[in-house]
Design a protein around this ligand. Structure first.
Ligand SMILES: [Fe+2]
Ligand SMILES: [Fe+2]
Length: 245
């Protein structure tokens, strides 16, 4: 499928329903009638190229528009990533958690294997939440302030102090791999435990965990290959514009 501005938004979603996630994260309301991608984007105040780049990447997979995405204001990507965070925290994680609790209430729950799985998942949730909290409370506000201050004649003194002693490169170093734990969990489930394969609920959790892992992988690609390199460039511009001393 060739995604282009004059294509109907409904045709795009019909052809690849996974793109609904992109629409949701950009807060594009459904109910497109016969409107084209271009019209929907205009009405929702979303840059057409930003949308097309994300949609093409999600759909085609073999091309990553990293450089192109970097040319858009960083706040757009931050908004998108924040929406993704809320999806995880408000919906996907609690949902998987409640399914695990449901399994806990079944006969098979007393097995050591199930207990182990639950323990792992709980650890994962707490690491995951801490990771997102750091980004939401520290990293994203810094990025938004950086972009804002770069536009100013004179930066806020408070931000200037912060910018002098910090670089996003530090964050990249510690951008812990939250996928690793999920991979461990998946391995335990598939390779070492003796899961009840006749249990629909169990299989369903497995599918959801795989799906979350795949989505998280995309999220990390956007953070590490678009957001952070873009912020490094902004930092360079900032230090050039407001040199020390
Ligand atoms: Fe994130
Ligand atoms: Fe992250």
């Amino acid at each position: 499928m060739h995604i282009h501005p004059h294509m109907k938004m409904s045709d795009l979603v019909k052809a690849d329903f996974e793109l609904l996630a992109v629409l949701q994260r950009l807060k594009i309301p459904f109910g497109f009638k016969d409107k084209s991608i271009q019209t929907v984007c205009r009405e929702e105040g979303i840059d057409l190229n930003f949308f097309l780049n994300l949609a093409k990447w999600f759909h085609e997979r073999d091309f990553f528009p990293g450089e192109t995405l970097m040319n858009h204001p960083v706040k757009w990507l931050v908004k998108y990533l924040r929406s993704t965070h809320s999806c995880y925290i408000d919906y996907q994680i609690p949902r998987i958690e409640s399914e695990i609790i449901q399994i806990e209430n079944t006969d098979q729950a007393s097995s050591k294997n199930m207990q182990l799985m639950l323990k792992f998942f709980r650890e994962y949730i707490s690491e995951f939440t801490a990771h997102i909290q750091l980004e939401e409370e520290k990293i994203f506000p810094y990025i938004l302030e950086l972009e804002e201050n770069l536009e100013k004649e004179k930066p806020d003194p408070e931000f200037l102090g912060k910018a002098r002693g910090y670089t996003i490169r530090d964050f990249l170093d510690e951008h812990s791999d939250i996928e690793e734990k999920l991979t461990d969990l998946r391995n335990i489930l598939l390779k070492y435990l003796d899961p009840p394969s006749n249990n629909c609920m169990f299989t369903n959790i497995l599918i959801e965990i795989f799906r979350l892992g795949k989505d998280l992988n995309d999220h990390t690609i956007l953070e590490e290959n678009v957001l952070i390199p873009q912020v490094i460039k902004l930092e360079e511009q900032f230090h050039q514009k407001f040199p020390e001393g």
